[in-house]
Design a protein around this ligand. Structure first.
Ligand code: MN
Ligand code: MN
Length: 298
């Protein structure tokens, strides 16, 4: 159960998310640059009075999550891409986490619909007293009904102020996880559907990190980066490109990130790819659990 002040901030973050969701869709067209999309979304968040809760994820085709543009990334959207945009806003730590999928090929409407229908079915079923493992079953059934598979090792998650993954999860398959939803809980629900195997593995691209634990570090640049993280992001994920103003030299920045990662200070979030290179769709909303339903924060 969240404090009243926090609830107000969650609702405000959701209102900003709604605007950005609608406005950003116009940019998802072939030829648009990844970097422009991510930076535009992150600028819109700040212009609306929020802060990015994590770097904008632009995950294409078999990539399910965690691709955010590199510094000077020159990739552009291609004609037939299946594009997942996942963005987060926070106000005073209260996060709205949302995602949508756009099919530029015009051939995968059913796959896009599968994750969207699963999200609608899950949020219609959710209310105080429901078991999270049963919500997973609803998601799984809805996706299978459309002829696809849910991604079994990606889940929705509880949100708490300044915590993106606050312990409890909403699985995308039937499980015996028996956490029971409580009034005032905040959850991000995010079904992923695929025409592949139904699981993700880590890829090579790594652009997203978060603070895991505080320790002393040797290099001056590492201390600089760490101070910036603590002051600006706390434990929320951040992108390497966000650190450019802190350390100009890419070589020095790589060395600092390597030291901070090796010493266990930073957690890494490599790109997650479907294990059979299946196409992946995603839909996500943040909700507040109420007595008889959920309030979708949009
Ligand atoms: Mn998300
Ligand atoms: Mn999420």
């Amino acid at each position: 159960m969240e404090k009243e002040e926090d609830i107000k901030n969650y609702i405000k973050a959701g209102q900003i998310a709604n605007k950005i969701l609608n406005n950003s869709k116009k940019m998802i067209i072939p030829g648009e640059s990844y970097l422009d999309i991510a930076e535009t979304i992150e600028k819109m968040i700040i212009d609306e009075g929020g802060k990015p809760a994590f770097p904008t994820n632009i995950s294409i085709n078999e990539n399910a999550a965690h691709y955010t543009p590199k510094i000077n990334d020159n990739k552009i959207l291609e004609d037939n891409d299946l594009v997942k945009i996942d963005f987060g806003i926070h106000i005073g730590g209260c996060i709205s986490d949302n995602a949508y999928t756009i099919d530029l090929s015009g051939e995968h409407a059913k796959l896009v619909e599968a994750s969207k229908n699963a999200l609608d079915a899950a949020t219609s079923y959710m209310k105080a007293g429901r078991k999270v493992g049963d919500i997973g079953e609803i998601i799984e059934n809805e996706i299978k009904k459309m002829g696809f598979k849910p991604i079994e090792n990606l889940t929705g998650h509880m949100l708490k102020p300044y915590l993106l993954h606050a312990g409890e999860i909403i699985p995308n398959i039937k499980t015996d996880d028996d956490y029971i939803l409580k009034e005032g809980d905040i959850f991000a629900v995010e079904p992923f559907a695929t025409n592949g195997y139904g699981a993700v593995k880590e890829g090579l691209d790594l652009e997203i990190y978060s603070l895991a634990e505080m320790k002393n570090v040797r290099m001056r640049q590492s201390r600089q980066v760490l101070a910036h993280i603590i002051q600006n992001y706390f434990a929320l994920p951040f992108a390497r490109r966000w650190l450019s103003p802190v350390i100009n030299s890419q070589i020095a920045l790589s060395a600092a990130l390597r030291e901070l990662t090796r010493s266990g200070i930073l957690t890494t979030y490599p790109v997650l790819k479907e294990v059979d290179n299946g196409l992946v769709s995603q839909a996500e909303h943040t909700v507040i659990i109420e007595k008889d339903s959920v309030k979708i924060l949009l």
